[in-house]
Design a protein around this ligand. Sequence first.
Ligand code: ZN
Length: 131
Amino acid sequence: MIKELSVKTHSHSELVNITGLVQEAVSESKVTEGVCIVFVPHTTAGVTINENADPDVKSDILMKLDKLVDWNDRDYRHDEGNSAGHIKATMTGFSQSVIIQNGQLQLGTWQHIYFAEFDGPRSRRVKVKII
Ligand code: ZN
């Protein structure tokens, strides 16, 4: 089963918690033991797993990525002007795999799944494959 999720982002750079939507897809699939693959079919957005308890972790990740990947670097050659978005997406990656046990995503206590927007705001898609 493949499920497509819609994610609307509201900022230029943003981490959107999609754990609930992904768990919903797992529950709908009725798969109790398996693997859930979350795939982002975009080139300036990715998906990552990190802490949900302290919101400062999210903002620290975005702040540090901003410092590491300068949006206004004059050496970029890509015409569209969004090379920083492409680079950050490559840094986070485009898919995550999470083990399913007893019908539940086996994330750690502090882990959640984040859609990572790096050239928003936009309407985005996420594909979820449960096997
Ligand atoms: Zn581009």
